[in-house]
Write a protein that binds this ligand. Structure first.
Ligand SMILES: [Cu+2]
Length: 279
């Protein structure tokens, strides 16, 4: 079947409209703390660290766009002005001190301009402030265990719940933390290397057997936040989601009381069990 240019144009317009409505629909249905269909941005920030990461990402994006456009413009000028047809007698210039100094110094200044906020962000991520509570996160094949040593030494397992939404992110027992409190994450792997990652918190830290790694977050919004194991750890790597419920301080205290009873008989409750599993 042959298509006229008009028909082809209308079809193209239809595709564009469908694409746009998909993108708009995806953005509209985007919920905090979880991925959205057709998402092309970072997840909405729920901690100061993630706000900084988002700012740095946007800053770099503007910078690389300007540099790329500048280099493209230079290339276009060279191609148009200095080809054999428009410029039959080439100049014999080999050096230009001013330009050479400029194309050395300006990139150095740009790199310094990137390094300053980059190191500031790195220190913010790595320098754990005084924690309000500690959660010990153990990565196992293929689920997570959470212990609250400051709140009564209980520990519980968190496994994928296939019937829960969002699909492949819902778990049976969520990790619960209070809002606006500094939560220190201490993480190890019980068998192989896993990685504890929650995009909305700007946290991604390897859980390594025999090594205690540390990270932190201070969630400024309540709600559900989801992440996934981010280190290939075996056949069910894709099925060990991380679900964090951020609640008010009172709700957290009530949850701790309930959790102490609920997980009292959990065999995972002794720290020794995590150690034995690692051997
Ligand atoms: Cu894993």
């Amino acid at each position: 079947m042959k298509m006229s240019i008009g028909q082809f144009g209308r079809q193209l317009l239809g595709f564009a409209a469908a694409g746009l409505s998909l993108v708009a629909g995806g953005t509209a249905s985007a919920e905090m703390g979880q991925p959205a269909p057709w998402e092309y941005k970072l997840q909405e920030a729920a901690t100061p660290v993630m706000e900084n990461i988002t700012w740095f990402h946007n800053f770099l994006f503007v910078l690389i766009t300007l540099i790329t456009l500048f280099v493209l413009a230079l290339l276009v000028i060279v191609v148009m002005k200095f080809n054999a047809r428009t410029n039959p007698v080439p100049s014999k210039t080999t050096h230009n001190t001013l330009i050479e100094v400029a194309w050395t110094l300006i990139p150095v200044l740009i790199l310094v301009g990137i390094a300053v906020p980059s190191f500031r962000l790195l220190f913010l991520e790595l320098d754990v402030p005084k924690p309000d509570l500690t959660v010990k996160v153990t990565g196992k094949q293929w689920y997570w265990s959470y212990a609250y040593p400051d709140n009564g030494k209980f520990e519980f397992d968190s496994l994928l719940d296939k019937d829960k939404q969002p699909r492949l992110l819902g778990v049976d027992n969520e990790m619960v933390v209070p809002v606006n409190k500094v939560v220190r994450i201490q993480t190890i792997g019980a068998d192989v290397i896993h990685s504890f990652a929650v995009p909305a918190f700007g946290v991604k830290i390897d859980s390594i057997p025999g090594r205690l790694n540390e990270s932190w977050f201070k969630a400024t919004k309540t709600g559900m936040f989801y992440g996934q194991c981010s280190e290939l750890c075996g056949k069910d790597h894709a099925f060990m989601p991380i679900a964090v419920r951020v609640v008010s301080e009172q709700e957290f205290a009530a949850w701790v009381e309930g959790a102490k009873k609920k997980f009292a008989t959990n065999p995972a409750n002794s720290y020794a069990s995590a150690g034995q599993a690692a051997q």
